[in-house]
Design a protein around this ligand. Structure first.
Ligand SMILES: Cc1cc2nc3c(=O)[nH]c(=O)nc-3n(C[C@H](O)[C@H](O)[C@H](O)COP(=O)(O)OP(=O)(O)OC[C@H]3O[C@@H](n4cnc5c(N)ncnc54)[C@H](O)[C@@H]3O)c2cc1C
Length: 368
């Protein structure tokens, strides 16, 4: 067994763990990320819509609202600075029936509360002039929404991290104990147990953050929230529909609605939907195609079902179960759990990608 001492140990090499780690590295702190997979960001951070969210939906006092709108600005600045492929596409949120119009009013107000700039009401004629395939009763145009190539973004975070730190793949965090204010963690690397001592321990394990927190002996277990899993499935089409904006229906309790997204090559995909699951799996059930088709037709009535094919899926770590309402991020520092220099991040679902840079800065401030 080896003994290693470092300043900061980050558990999880997803977009959030990498953003936190590279922010520590920028302060010349000695930082190590342990990632149990054989590469970075292969879990939720590559199984999402890749949307740079504007921050229109979230309740004003939520952490999602706190991080998303500033995160949006920061991601664009970062992408421009480091030449990360991205597009500021803008998006339409569409009310497809008259009863949905009051929901647009609510979103419009929330967007204002959250400091989202430039959002405007648009008529059905305006929407159909800009996107002729899309039909609705009324809409909102959100100019600051866009898309980013997540892999390039994470590669850039990794490059910055490596200025003063590193990442260890195939390295699974097993447990940690606090001894004389030092976190002594056990990591399993290719069958070998390695002890790593660190002043600071960050749990950015995404879907597995609850399990990781339970393995930290100094953690008060009553403070660990239960994580529920809501899979989001996608269906795609390889035909160029000549749509260049993101199209979102009215959101529901668990998701932003089955939207039309674009990848960086402008290929259209639809989703994610919401499928509550007990065990994490990424299978996409072909039988969901019919319900996708029905939802898509609400805003693209002429859509040809034959164009749809099964895509991928991602799993949201939800802190509220089906029917219990919206869940928010939970970030726990010493002031909550009384364990020295330990931060847990729970429920980092959407807009975690958009928020990653500001989340990283927030976490570093919390322990500085
Ligand atoms: C369907 C879907 C669509 C989404 N769309 C968007 C979007 O358009 N825009 C947006 O802003 N956000 C979106 N999100 C949210 C965004 O993808 C996440 O918030 C973000 O990827 C979370 O990053 P993370 O680093 O916290 O988690 P992850 O990417 O899951 O990374 C956690 C890492 O920890 C590792 N790990 C776990 N346990 C251990 C252990 N014991 N030891 C070592 N390593 C461990 C895992 O292998 C993993 O790599 C979406 C999410 C989903 C599910």
């Amino acid at each position: 067994m080896n003994n290693n001492f470092i300043d900061v140990l980050v558990i999880g090499g997803g977009v959030v763990g990498l953003a936190i780690a590279k922010t520590f590295a920028a302060e010349k702190r000695d930082v190590l990320v342990v990632e149990r997979e054989n590469t970075f960001g292969s879990v939720t951070s590559s199984r999402n819509s890749g949307v740079i969210h504007a921050g229109v939906y979230y309740d004003q006092d939520s952490l999602k609202a706190k991080f998303c709108a500033p995160g949006n600005k920061r991601i664009y600045e970062y992408c421009n600075k480091f030449r990360i492929p991205h597009f500021n596409t803008g998006k339409f949120i569409v009310a497809c029936s008259k009863d949905e119009i009051p929901k647009l009013d609510e979103i419009y107000e929330k967007a204002g509360d959250n400091g989202v700039e430039g959002i405007k009401r648009v008529t059905r004629d305006y929407v159909s002039q800009v996107e002729p395939l899309v039909e609705c009763e009324e809409g909102l145009f959100v100019p600051s929404s866009g898309i980013v190539d997540q892999a390039s973004l994470m590669r850039s975070y990794l490059g910055e991290l490596e200025l003063s730190g590193s990442i260890a793949y195939n390295s699974k965090f097993i447990k940690s104990e606090l001894k004389n204010n030092v976190h002594v963690s056990t990591v399993l690397n290719e069958g070998n147990e390695i002890k790593i001592e660190s002043s600071i321990l960050i749990n950015a394990a995404g879907l597995y953050a609850e399990d990781v927190a339970k393995s930290i002996s100094s953690m008060d277990k009553t403070l660990i929230p239960k994580t529920y899993f809501a899979k989001g499935n996608y269906f795609e089409t390889s035909k160029d529909l000549n749509i260049r904006h993101l199209i979102y229906p009215i959101p529901n309790e668990a998701s932003l609605g089955l939207h039309l997204g674009l990848d960086i090559g402008m290929q259209v995909r639809f989703g994610p939907d919401v499928e509550w699951i007990d065990e994490i799996n990424y299978d996409v059930d072909e039988n969901r195609l019919e319900s996708f088709y029905n939802d898509i037709r609400k805003y693209i009535p002429t859509f040809d079902k034959g164009l749809l094919k099964k895509g991928y899926s991602g799993v949201r770590p939800k802190l509220k179960n089906r029917g219990e309402g919206k869940s928010d991020f939970i970030i726990q520092g010493e002031e909550i759990h009384k364990s020295k220099n330990l931060i847990n991040l729970f429920g980092i679902e959407s807009p975690g990608l958009t928020s990653s840079l500001v989340l990283g800065e927030h976490i570093v401030e919390l322990v500085s």
